[in-house]
Ligand binder design. Structure first.
Ligand SMILES: Cc1cc2nc3c(=O)[nH]c(=O)nc-3n(C[C@H](O)[C@H](O)[C@H](O)COP(=O)(O)O)c2cc1C
Length: 254
């Protein structure tokens, strides 16, 4: 097996880090890796805000509702950045507004996610650890203000990384048999039935892990995630429209 695959199969989220900084030359290498990531149409429509200001980290930790965010050695927020392309087009006398449309928005979104995962793989290959922060989307409006994000930009996710001060167990996954469909989508009679073993495995995992022990199952987690009150995260598209993106369909589907 390759070292890369071994690292990937050993992936676990790290949330607590040693104090020291990540050396500058390591950071520069990691930035090169992010820059080499595949990009939709080669348009490179993602950017990164690197947060070094401890006050901003602190405010992000409140938005994320996760105290450890304030102490992350390196903290990046990946953003859709169609502003850069819009400006290029305008300098080239383009008069339309297609840099605002949904397709361009999702190109920037996908580019951001790919860059983030490429960064994560590289970080883990160096023996460092990383945590994704979808929780920056708890309050998109506040993140936009805090990071001074202009029109045609939009936050996607955060990543924190550094030298691990944590050694969590591997978190079990449901079998790939339930995730790979052959040629056409197929469904079992009952998901609860086929996920029984996985639920048991997850119960054991939550019951025996070192941090945040609890009694839980995967299927209960799924249910709980839909029982929560709708919060500001559900308003994400409205914030994107405020940022100048236009999600209106121009033509009806057949
Ligand atoms: C898009 C995305 C957003 C995430 N957001 C958060 C987050 O806000 N806070 C956090 O502590 N973990 C976050 N995670 C980490 C997941 O909780 C974690 O990957 C999952 O529980 C599986 O655990 P593992 O990565 O250790 O295998 C996120 C992961 C992804 C892929």
């Amino acid at each position: 097996m390759s070292q890369t695959i071994e690292n990937q199969l050993n992936h676990r989220t790290i949330r607590f880090f040693k104090d020291g900084p990540v050396p500058e030359e390591t950071l520069e290498r990691l930035w090169e890796v992010m820059n080499r990531t595949a990009s939709s149409n080669g348009l490179q429509s993602a950017s990164i805000i690197r947060i070094t200001d401890s006050k901003i980290k602190q405010e992000l930790s409140v938005i994320c509702r996760q105290h450890y965010v304030a102490d992350l050695p390196e903290l990046y927020v990946f953003i859709v950045d169609n502003r850069r392309m819009g400006k290029i087009a305008i300098e080239k006398d383009y008069e339309g507004d297609n840099y605002r449309n949904m397709d361009q928005f999702f190109k920037g979104w996908t580019d951001s996610c790919l860059m983030a995962q490429n960064l994560t793989n590289a970080v883990e290959s160096l023996g460092l650890g990383a945590v994704y922060l979808g929780s920056i989307l708890n309050d998109v409006g506040k993140v936009i203000d805090l990071l001074n994000l202009p029109e045609l930009t939009f936050p996607v996710l955060g990543i924190g990384f550094g030298y691990p001060d944590d050694n969590p167990q591997l978190k079990p996954r449901m079998s790939m048999d339930f995730k790979i469909h052959h040629n056409q989508y197929q469904e079992p009679e009952s998901y609860l039935e086929i996920l029984k073993d996985y639920d048991e495995e997850m119960t054991h995992y939550y019951d025996t892990r070192e941090n945040n022990r609890r009694s839980d199952t995967y299927t209960d987690q799924v249910l709980r995630s839909f029982q929560k009150d709708i919060d500001k995260r559900a308003l994400m598209m409205q914030f994107a429209e405020q940022q100048g993106f236009d999600f209106r369909l121009t033509e009806e589907l057949d």
